[in-house]
Write a protein that binds this ligand. Structure first.
Ligand SMILES: [Zn+2]
Length: 151
């Protein structure tokens, strides 16, 4: 079912409220899956962190087809994620975009350690640090906890 931006945001807030209260709905996914064979009508597209503790479908008590999600550690916008979100908007007509940060994000925490302690990250983790560095540097210019503000 198509919804507009305001209705999409209202649903996300309401559904997250159910999750927070432990009142998530029970669903028969086989029925919903069959209804979505021909098309999807996601009411929100999310740029979310890959963190296993923050699975968007659970956090928003969402049904199959409700959310179009791209996940990357640190939830920064890569070219691939941008293309994914553009697909949701242009091809699926998704009316709402959300960037979903979360408390205790390890990817952002690693970048804070690079900035504040000169930590050298192994392998390709520097890609994440480079991408999230602007948020950490901006957070350092503000009052409050740098990690929380950067997230
Ligand atoms: Zn994270």
């Amino acid at each position: 079912m198509k919804v507009d931006t305001d209705e999409g945001l209202r649903r996300l807030i309401e559904e997250n409220g159910r999750f927070v209260k432990g009142l998530t709905k029970r669903r028969d996914l086989s029925v919903r899956r069959m209804a979505l064979v021909e098309a999807q009508f996601s009411f929100a597209a999310l740029l979310a962190c890959a963190d296993s503790r923050v699975a968007s479908e659970y956090v928003f008590d969402a049904d199959l087809g409700d959310l179009f999600i791209t996940r990357i550690a640190g939830n920064y916008l890569s070219q691939d994620d941008l293309a994914t979100l553009e697909y949701a908007v242009h091809e699926l007509g998704t009316p709402l975009l959300m960037v979903l940060g979360h408390t205790s994000c390890g990817a952002v925490k690693a970048t804070v350690q690079v900035v504040e302690q000169g930590v050298q990250l192994p392998g390709h983790l520097g890609i994440i640090a480079d991408a999230t560095m602007p948020a950490v540097q901006a957070a350092k210019m503000r009052t409050g906890d740098v990690l929380t503000t950067a997230i």
